[in-house]
Design a protein around this ligand. Structure first.
Ligand code: FES
Ligand code: FE
Length: 469
């Protein structure tokens, strides 16, 4: 494969060993690689910036980032959503300095040029002196706009005019995402603005982890098990790892885990049709029994079959997003957490962790309050779980800077491979979900596929066939 050559003569392609399934640690923090990522990856991918419910009214906005590019996510009077480059076309000052608000016009603090919520140039002080120059058409003075599409209320944007539509970008993984985020008529809303905090680590540490890596939970998050947050053995490690377009999700085998010791419930569940099972025994996290009725309208029969037996719990969207829908212990009992993360690169060894907590819009207030409690106890800056990860990622990042470190590799050799038999509930028929399926104990397949997708972007072939091993 061709691709960029680093300044010491090393071809970038050589830093991923396709035979041995190893990745050079140098890829984590080499500043040259980071520059290439901005130009080749973050210039092209669809990334999540906000949830629609953060900007419910006309002219609401939030300020966010695509890679190192600041943007403003705005809502127009007709309800449409815009993503405009938050950089003044005059001399490059940021036109919006607040994190969120409601504005019909953004007036640049430097010389006072004004732009509307769609980035259109509206005027400048002392217009008679024509301070924007003689030759420029007004359109040329507009702020740059990104392409915008939404999925389940999440606002995605890309700078790339060639990028496939978001639905195609999500590909086969959307089938499973729907089971967590697009399952009721009213849909989700945010539990307040997202948490935002900076972690001194490379963005790929959480990026590749979220494609798979159920494995680390047993050791790194052991304290959660001890608190009763999940099984203390390895049973929640079994299920199916699904991978598509570099995205990854873990489906949990419901016969294992907390159901394993409740033989009666498992046996009863097996006698019920999938929807009945969901409604009566295996209610999906974040739904009340009444809301579960809506699953029938929103999901296909195949989706309901998967949700009943192999519910998705944790996943990641390529390249820098994390997704969650699971239960967590609180002092008031188990409660659901629904969350999305974005790992926004700030430099080779720093990223901003943006963390949205969500809830079904139609849920009763008490239910929402409990979910907020679970969310802040579990994830993000305040949570038991991710304070563990936030300790690990910076150490991996530091390791990659040393003389020996940068010559080391990280390893993805524990591979299941495709075409393994799916045992259990699906013996009597085909598994109805798509994507590359890796059943059994969670392994490295999805994360390795994540790196193959990363490689495609970096070598300049981003929109080719879905790379997988
Ligand atoms: Fe914005 Fe001059 S930089 S008006
Ligand atoms: Fe973790």
């Amino acid at each position: 494969a061709t691709g960029p050559i680093l300044s010491d003569g090393t071809p970038l392609a050589d830093l991923i060993d396709l035979e041995r399934h190893e990745v050079s640690l140098r890829l984590l923090t080499d500043p040259e690689v980071f520059r290439l990522e901005l130009d080749r990856l973050f210039s092209r991918v669809w990334t999540v910036l906000a949830h629609e419910t953060e900007i419910p009214n006309a002219f609401d906005y939030v300020a966010r980032d695509i890679g190192l590019d600041p943007v403003i996510v705005t809502r127009s009077r007709d309800g449409s959503i815009n993503v405009v480059h938050n950089v003044c076309s005059h001399r490059g000052m940021q036109v919006c300095r607040a994190e969120a608000g409601n504005e019909k016009q953004f007036k640049c603090p430097y010389h006072g040029w004004s732009f509307n919520e769609q980035g259109r140039f509206m005027g400048s002080p002392v217009a008679r002196e024509n301070m924007h120059g003689e030759f420029r058409a007004k359109e040329e003075l507009a702020l740059k706009k990104a392409r915008v599409q939404t999925y389940a209320g999440f606002v995605f944007a890309t700078w790339d005019q060639e990028a496939p539509p978001l639905e195609e970008y999500l590909g086969e993984i959307k089938f499973y995402l729907d089971l967590m985020f697009d399952r009721t008529e009213s849909g989700l809303e945010v539990l307040g603005p997202p948490q935002r905090f900076v972690i001194p680590a490379n963005w790929k540490c959480p990026g590749e982890q979220h494609a798979g890596d159920g494995y680390h939970a047993m050791t790194l998050h052991r304290s959660i098990n001890e608190l009763g947050g999940s099984e203390s053995d390895d049973s929640s490690m079994y299920g199916i790892d699904v991978s598509a377009n570099g995205h990854g999700l873990r489906l949990i085998d419901r016969r294992k885990g907390k159901w394993k010791n409740n033989r009666e419930a498992v046996l009863k569940a097996q006698t019920l049709p999938p929807f009945e099972k969901l409604r009566t025994i295996m209610l999906p996290p974040g739904l009340t029994p009444e809301m579960a009725e809506e699953l029938k309208d929103k999901l296909t029969e195949d989706q309901i079959r998967v949700l009943a037996d192999y519910p998705p719990s944790v996943g990641g969207l390529f390249p820098n997003m994390g997704t969650f829908c699971f239960e967590f212990p609180t002092p008031m009992g188990m409660a659901a957490i629904i969350s999305w993360h974005s790992f926004v690169p700030k430099g080779p060894d720093e990223f901003e962790f943006v963390n949205w907590f969500l809830v079904e819009k139609d849920a009763p207030q008490e239910f929402k309050d409990l979910m907020r409690r679970a969310a802040t106890l579990g994830l993000g800056t305040t949570g038991f779980v991710e304070t563990d990860d936030a300790d690990t990622w910076p150490m991996m990042t530091e390791a990659s800077k040393g003389f020996m470190g940068r010559r080391g590799t990280i390893k993805y050799g524990a591979l299941t491979g495709e075409d393994q038999p799916l045992t259990g509930y699906w013996d009597k028929g085909e598994f109805p979900g798509g994507g590359h399926l890796y059943p059994g104990f969670t392994k490295d397949d999805s994360q390795w596929n994540w790196w193959l997708r990363w490689r495609d972007f970096m070598l300049g072939e981003p929109w080719g066939p879905d790379a997988h091993h």
